[in-house]
Design a protein around this ligand. Structure first.
Ligand code: G3H
Ligand code: 13P
Ligand code: NA
Ligand code: ZN
Length: 328
């Protein structure tokens, strides 16, 4: 059944677990997530980005998610719009039947330029008013995702700041977070703690100077009843990087957010953990390997099935690691 983000995160907070929120763009990702959720008895958050809407079209995405709800009626599903950068975008998603939207007012409508606090509060509050009138949840964001190593915002198109960010911009301030939640009434708050979108988060396994789990703790102590969201939370599995590179890929050395660090975050109020890159890596690795080993094969279902299996295994591992398994 389709439920709101608020409902799902309230349950997660009550029982002390976190829920991975996977990006969806196509049938294979959707099936991989649902198969994993069914197998582990987990609740599901699927989210559609601006890039996904551009790739698949909003109606296809919507029906893809509704098809999942129809095929797996016993699995609770949140249909979430990821990184909306305007009131209009959020309104259209609400109209399409999304049960949750993210208003990312930390960036301007271009999805690149950092904004100031007043802009963010103002636009987020407007989205909350409209969404709540429709029973739809809202995730806001305070702070800019970016690398504490380099000051770069990460490499996803459409959702990353231009130029360099300051250290302060990349770490959400606990006091400001408290004020933001009080002034906007968001259901969940995305915070910045040194993670960034994409595969190139850290040039070395992260230590606490570049991945500030302490900051999450400080925010949680200040606003213990707010559901926190971690973006850029792919772990960038080294085994998949090796498989990709073994079968013709060329991905340089890079590191993501270790699952153990996310588990720490969950102890400090993180309830929604955004993951996109890990499924992309698993899918690409599985397809590269299959094609290299079966050069005469040309039925897309053969290699896409490998992709579904690889993505589903990642989903199962995250559901189990985040304490989500058995909570569906
Ligand atoms: O929000 C970040 C996700 O990785 C979405 O990326 O806009 O390329 O679909 P995308
Ligand atoms: P990753 O690129 O780490 O998977 O993060 C995805 C994300 O934050 C989507 O909003
Ligand atoms: Na941001
Ligand atoms: Zn994100």
């Amino acid at each position: 059944a389709l439920i709101s983000l608020r409902q799902m995160l309230d349950h997660a907070a009550e029982f002390g677990y976190g829920i991975p929120a996977f990006n969806v763009n196509n049938l294979e990702q959707m099936r991989a997530i649902m198969l994993a959720a069914e197998k582990t008895d987990s609740p599901v958050i699927v989210q559609a980005s601006a890039g996904a809407r551009k790739y698949a079209g909003a109606p296809f995405l919507r029906h893809l998610i509704l098809a999942a709800v129809e095929e797996f009626p016993h699995v609770p599903v949140v249909m979430h719009q990821d990184h909306g950068t305007s009131l209009g975008i959020c309104q259209r998603s609400i109209q399409l039947g999304f049960s949750s939207v993210m208003m990312d007012g930390s960036l301007a409508e271009d999805g690149k330029t950092p904004t100031d606090y007043a802009y963010n509060v103002n636009i987020t509050r407007k989205v909350v008013e409209i969404a709540h009138a429709c029973g739809v949840s809202v995730e806001g964001e305070l702070g800019c995702l970016g690398s504490l190593e380099t000051g770069d915002a990460g490499e996803e198109d459409g959702i990353g700041a231009v130029g360099k960010l300051t250290h302060d911009q990349m770490l959400t301030d606990p006091e400001e977070a408290a004020q933001f939640v009080r002034e906007t009434h968001v259901d969940a708050l995305a915070i910045a703690c040194g993670t960034s979108h994409g595969a190139y988060k850290f040039s070395r396994p992260p230590t606490d100077d570049i991945l500030a789990i302490d900051r999450i703790k400080a925010i949680h102590q200040r606003i213990p009843n707010t559901h926190l969201v971690m973006h850029g939370s792919s772990s960038v599995p080294q085994d998949w990087l090796e498989i990709i590179n073994e079968y013709g890929g060329a991905i340089p050395e890079t590191y993501g957010v270790p699952v153990e660090q996310i588990q720490q975050g969950i102890k400090f109020g993180v309830r929604k953990i955004n993951i996109d890159t890990d499924l992309r890596l698993a899918s690409t690795g599985a397809i590269r390997r299959y094609m290299a080993k079966h050069p005469a094969e040309f039925d897309p279902r053969k290699y896409l099935q490998e992709s579904v299996k690889a993505m589903s295994d990642i989903c199962i591992a995250r559901y189990e690691a985040f304490g989500c398994a058995g909570q569906g």
